[in-house]
Write a protein that binds this ligand. Structure first.
Ligand SMILES: [Zn+2]
Length: 309
């Protein structure tokens, strides 16, 4: 609890002092919406700048370097009940923030949203958190020109709801019938000649109906992929890789799981082969192929897959 102080020292109208060329430059740049540090003789960038290198006591070089605006939290202290002098009305953190390009950290308020008084720090608050300043529109050349720092945007939550009925249709039925026999079938488009797999009875490029069946091998090349850290019941343990595989002879790539290789070794152009479940477990479903895994062949050069991304 805070008790009322017995004595107050206050300079009515504020205590005016000159800031010198180094701090002055920092504050002038702040007013213009930029963050700068000063370089020391040893090459370190001090933010906020000072006139002397704290390590050696030598004068700084006078070379100013633009830093940030983003930075990384190096340490923080939670304020569950802000006082009236504090920059934010709701709970926030005081954080030491090392701006990108700087070697020292700046103390500032970190706003994590409109939390109720007394709230615990959000679990997202951690050393290493990436943050950016929120600038005031009216700036005067003071550290308060930055109202606070805020976490970088790392996620969005968009409304996602789609209602639909799905009928396999003749082409997809025929495709799944093939999969049930261990065959991968596609349709060749009579206009562009590309093979579409799984076939949908329509060329996505030309919009014309397709019917000429082609059987494709179960080998192909990874065109693009994503490493996933959110568990999925169909996938192996996290992180797992989902990716597009361009089957040999196909014109469009197939979305599938890629496994049998550490996630950080999957690459564009990697050659893969379907890993089928044991035959006695096959049904008329794409689940007959557990995933695609490396075939051990040499990678395909980027030029050969670049038109299929
Ligand atoms: Zn076509």
């Amino acid at each position: 609890m805070r008790s009322e102080p017995n004595h107050v020292l206050e300079f009515p109208g504020g205590y005016t002092r000159s800031v010198g060329p180094v701090i002055g430059r920092f504050l002038s740049e702040l007013r213009d919406g930029r963050l700068v540090g000063v370089r020391t003789a040893r090459g370190r960038v001090l933010v906020p700048p000072s006139e002397y290198d704290p390590d050696t006591g030598d004068d700084v070089t006078g070379e100013f370097v633009e830093v940030g605006p983003a930075g990384t939290v190096t340490t923080w202290s939670w304020v569950p009940r802000p006082a009236k002098e504090h920059p934010l009305r709701h709970p926030f953190a005081w954080a030491l923030i090392r701006l990108d390009g700087a070697d020292t950290a700046l103390l500032h308020a970190l706003d994590l949203g409109e939390l109720a008084e007394g709230a615990e720090p959000p679990r997202s608050l951690a050393t290493g958190m990436r943050v950016r300043p929120r600038w005031r529109t009216e700036r005067t050349g003071a550290i308060g020109d930055i109202a606070c720092f805020r976490p970088e945007v790392t996620m969005i939550n968009a409304p996602a709801r789609l209602e639909y009925d799905l009928r396999g249709g003749r082409a997809l039925e025929r495709f799944l019938e093939g999969i049930g026999e261990g065959r991968i079938r596609g349709h060749r488009c009579a206009v562009c000649g590309q093979v579409i797999v799984p076939m949908k009875g329509l060329c996505p490029r030309d919009g014309v109906p397709t019917s000429q069946e082609v059987e494709l091998p179960d080998t192909g090349t990874v065109t693009t992929f994503a490493v996933n850290h959110i568990p999925d019941p169909r996938a192996p343990e996290v992180p797992f890789v989902s990716g597009y595989v361009l089957l040999d002879g196909a014109g469009v790539a197939l979305l599938t799981l890629i496994a049998g290789v550490p996630a950080n070794q999957v690459r564009m152009g990697m050659r893969v082969r379907a890993a089928w479940r044991p035959r006695e477990e096959w049904g008329r479903t794409m689940a007959n192929i557990t995933w695609f895994e490396p075939s051990g062949e040499p990678d395909v050069p980027f030029d050969q897959i670049k038109d299929h991304l």
